[in-house]
Design a protein around this ligand. Structure first.
Ligand SMILES: Nc1nc2c(c(=O)[nH]1)N[C@H]1C(S)=C(S)[C@@H](COP(=O)(O)OP(=O)(O)OC[C@H]3O[C@@H](n4cnc5c(=O)[nH]c(N)nc54)[C@H](O)[C@@H]3O)O[C@H]1N2
Ligand SMILES: Nc1nc2c(c(=O)[nH]1)N[C@H]1C(S)=C(S)[C@@H](COP(=O)(O)OP(=O)(O)OC[C@H]3O[C@@H](n4cnc5c(=O)[nH]c(N)nc54)[C@H](O)[C@@H]3O)O[C@H]1N2
Ligand SMILES: [Mo]
Length: 785
């Protein structure tokens, strides 16, 4: 909680990147006390024979910059290479109950875990154990449970090698319960794109950024979450390519950028303007906004034809390559401008302006993120983007296409090599043929299903390959007691987090090597691979000495668990794979030959090798054999919000990331780009809403979920910050606000929790405000311009 007298709000008027970024990196390097080591590592980040950044999944260029990293990648590196340690002696001093009261920041700042630990309920402490004892006890524990009672979660970082082993382990054990962080993230993409264009991933590569002549940007905060992409955006802007952004917030990274790695830009007065049009759409207003753009496009098309000029739709492409266009266009024409304006909060002129720019472009791309996927209609949002692209044939040609920005650095790759709850998505026959076990037929659990299973008692065991499940999922106050009822909880992790601190009957904490660390097996250095957001697969290798000699690599830990759990009939020589990862890659290539043939050589190609994507070549692996226009069923992304919407005191809350966090990892309490310093206990609000609700900027409020009142979901106190955000919308930080998201409030079909549109009400807090010393307390904080 915030007691820091340095807490303050100061609008950030500089460009993203620039000196602010350099300063922020310097301060974290200093804080982690390992300057030389981290500096040396950074020089090899995202480089051939270096390591792939542990932060985001953005693509790595083939001609890497001498310092191919960003502010947040540098922070992530420093976080992993910190000189601080959390050894067994630390746990002897602090009980688990005590540690539970620590902040996420304090836990992770304590440094890297060093030894395998087992929870002892009688002392309420984690105690050192040996690796072999841990494997044997966990193996016995898993064998004592029914396979369908156990969930195998993965957080999206582990390499292709570790991930492939992990899903085989789970399936050979008998479970398809393989959710990963993608279930809370881009699963709406995987479902939506698969149905619309026959691939579950984006179609563009870095090369397309060089050829595009229009970029539309929806619900992604590039400056904080994928800053290396700013280089591509800056280059596009230097070619005068328009960038049109739809986002309720005016994110700094989408406004201006100074490349912190360019001396001339750092010293000169020039920054690059990123967005040429910026539309502050209402939360959940994207489907309506795209409908409006499409409507304007159709109107322009019609009038061009009437004037005897060529139309603006790519009619040839639509006729040859698509299906469903008629119904979609009918829907679009039927929507009234008045309704579209009301739902989007944008003017007709704004939607028309976008259509005019879009219609001029021969090659257009759409980039998007969590602002679209984390809604009740997240899948539909994604499909609307595709609809807009299809109208002008913008898929399957250079400089055009769809670009979901994935989160975790290998989240896309984990799915590619079989981490999915859906057995239909893995080549069961090949697995059976080569490894002598059959893939279970029953559908496994998504993240949301795994949570429901914990709540109803049907899930009793949990194995976690990284991540912080308990803090990442919705409904914190329901999930915490359920988590404690688990019989068996196994966490493979690098640092301590709250998922480790509500242990059930039996719990283990298995510390692993981080990606930046040298992975030696029997004295020989191993390499790994990952797939980035653009479907490129790269090899990489750790460069730093491990944080402790007792750490094991993720493949080694999975091999140890598998040996101790599975029957010897499974024809996998886990020990051989552990000793030599090239054997794992060989097995991956055997099971997925189309993507991974000649894997060992191609992973070292500059920029990685690209997986084959039918849609990029206009081959549509969809039900109709064509790219599919999907007519929306709802104009608003959230019907839950609609029901109580009539109540004027209900606001729509989006949970967002600060510039100083990586998911549940809090690096610090500043959100520099949004001008917030020293605190995360804020709620960003529109000035008119503040006044209308009888509140004042600086007030401390409790936030309550406005649906399903039988269950009280409340977070607070948070301090009101008057901010430039559309009326009726508000924002606060994830994961602190996860307690407000009901578990059932998730996207249809993809089951991604609808973390970007939670109906909430506010009340003045009765709790004593945590920030009595705040200079701003009690006075209206000026709205950001
Ligand atoms: N430094 C850093 N990098 C990260 C992460 C991190 O936490 N820190 N996390 C990683 C992960 S796992 C992921 S998934 C990505 C997440 O990266 P993003 O996809 O950028 O996700 P968020 O930060 O949640 O922000 C989403 C953006 O959507 C906007 N938004 C919210 N609701 C709506 C809406 O209804 N419509 C529109 N148009 N916009 C909306 C918000 O204002 C915000 O700018 O980043 C990855 N990279
Ligand atoms: N309300 C709300 N909820 C959300 C979101 C939101 O926007 N709003 N975003 C969702 C999204 S997009 C995502 S991806 C999820 C994130 O969910 P997770 O991926 O589960 O969470 P992280 O915070 O990334 O996990 C951090 C932990 O991973 C461990 N770790 C770090 N590096 C390694 C490693 O190399 N190996 C291993 N084994 N462990 C490691 C550390 O112990 C660290 O504490 O949260 C989701 N939840
Ligand atoms: Mo994510």
């Amino acid at each position: 909680m915030l007691t820091d007298p340095k807490t303050r709000y100061r609008p950030y008027t500089h460009a993203s990147g620039g000196w602010g970024s350099a300063k922020s990196v310097a301060s974290i390097l200093w804080q982690e006390k390992a300057l030389a080591k981290i500096g040396a590592a950074l020089a090899r980040q995202n480089k051939p024979k270096g390591f792939a950044c542990v932060s985001c999944a953005w693509a790595k260029p083939d001609d890497a910059h001498p310092l191919e990293f960003c502010e947040n990648g540098a922070k992530a590196t420093a976080w992993e290479l910190t000189a601080k340690r959390t050894p067994p002696a630390f746990f002897a001093e602090h009980s688990v109950t005590e540690l539970r009261g620590w902040s996420a920041y304090a836990l992770e700042q304590h440094g890297r875990l060093t030894h395998p630990l087992r929870y002892n309920a009688s002392t309420d402490r984690y105690e050192e154990t040996s690796w072999e004892t841990a494997y044997q006890e966990i193996g016995a524990g898993l064998r004592a449970l029914e396979p369908k009672e156990v969930v195998f979660y993965a957080s999206g970082r582990a390499s292709l090698e570790a991930s492939f082993m992990y899903q085989l382990f789970a399936r050979a054990y008998g479970s398809n319960n393989l959710p990963d962080s993608s279930n809370m993230c881009h699963e709406s993409t995987s479902v939506g794109l698969q149905e619309s264009i026959g691939v579950p991933v984006g179609t563009v590569t870095l090369n397309d950024f060089e050829h595009t002549d229009c970029l539309l940007f929806f619900g992604q905060n590039v400056g904080s979450n994928s800053p290396r992409m700013l280089h591509q955006l800056q280059q596009a802007r230097q070619r005068d390519v328009p960038i049109i952004t739809f986002n309720p917030l005016k994110e700094r990274g989408l406004q201006e950028f100074v490349n912190p790695q360019s001396p001339t830009q750092m010293l000169g007065p020039e920054s690059t303007q990123i967005s040429t049009q910026y539309h502050q759409v209402n939360i959940g207003g994207d489907t309506a906004a795209i409908t409006g753009i499409a409507k304007a496009l159709l109107e322009m098309h019609d009038s061009a034809l009437q004037r005897g000029q060529p139309g603006l739709l790519d009619e040839n492409f639509i006729a040859t390559h698509t299906s469903g266009a008629e119904s979609f266009m009918r829907y679009v024409r039927e929507q009234s401008w008045a309704r579209l304006e009301a739902v989007t909060g944008l003017t007709r002129a704004a939607m028309e302006a976008t259509a005019v720019t879009y219609a001029k472009a021969q090659r257009a791309m759409i980039v998007y993120g969590m602002g679209l996927t984390q809604h009740r209609q997240g899948v539909q949002n994604v499909q609307m983007l595709v609809n807009l692209l299809l109208l002008r044939g913008n898929i399957g040609k250079p400089g055009a296409g769809i670009c979901p920005v994935r989160g975790h650095s290998n989240v896309q790759g984990q799915r590619t090599v079989g981490i999915t709850e859906d057995p239909a998505k893995v080549p069961g026959e090949l697995i059976e043929q080569h490894f002598a076990f059959s893939v279970p037929e029953e559908m496994g659990t998504s993240t949301v299903d795994a949570c429901s299973g914990m709540l109803d008692g049907s899930v009793r065991g949990f194995v976690s390959l990284g991540g912080n499940f308990l803090r990442a999922v919705p409904d914190t106050s329901q999930m915490e007691p359920a988590w404690q009822r688990l019989k068996l909880n196994v966490q493979v992790a690098t640092k301590l987090n709250h998922s480790h601190l509500l242990p059930g009957e039996q719990a283990w904490l298995l510390p692993c090597l981080g990606r930046i660390e040298i992975d030696r097996q029997d004295g020989i250095e191993q390499c790994h691979s990952t797939e980035d957001s653009t479907g490129c697969i790269h090899g990489w290798q750790g460069v730093s000495e491990p944080a402790s000699e007792h750490l094991r690599s993720e493949p080694a830990i999975i091999a140890g668990l598998a040996r101790a759990t599975l029957s010897p009939q499974v024809a996998i020589d886990w020990e051989a794979w552990r000793r030599d990862y090239s054997l794992i890659r060989k097995a991956i290539a055997t099971i997925y030959p189309e993507i991974f043939h000649d894997f060992e050589r191609r992973m070292w190609e500059p920029g990685g090798f690209h997986r084959p994507l039918g849609a990029a070549k206009r081959e549509w692996a969809t039900e109709s054999g064509k790219a599919q226009f999907v007519t929306p069923e709802h104009l608003i992304a959230d019907d839950d919000v609609q029901a109580p919407y009539a109540r004027r005191d209900v606001l729509q809350l989006m949970t967002i990331r600060s510039n100083d966090q990586f998911n549940t990892t809090v690096y610090g309490y500043d959100d520099r780009f949004r001008g917030v310093h020293g605190t995360r206990s804020v709620i960003f609000m529109n000035t008119d809403d503040i006044v209308r609700l009888g509140l004042a900027g600086g007030d401390w409020v409790d936030v309550t979920t406005a649906v399903e009142p039988e269950i009280e979901r409340r977070v607070g106190p948070l301090q009101i910050l008057a901010y430039d955000i559309p009326q009726g919308c508000c924002a606060a930080y994830y994961p602190e606000c996860n307690a407000l998201v009901p578990l059932w409030h998730h996207a249809e079909r993809s089951k991604v929790p609808a973390a970007k549109s939670i109906p909430v009400t506010l009340s003045l807090s009765t709790a004593s405000a945590p920030g009595d010393t705040l200079p701003e307390r009690g006075r209206v904080i000026a709205a950001q311009g």
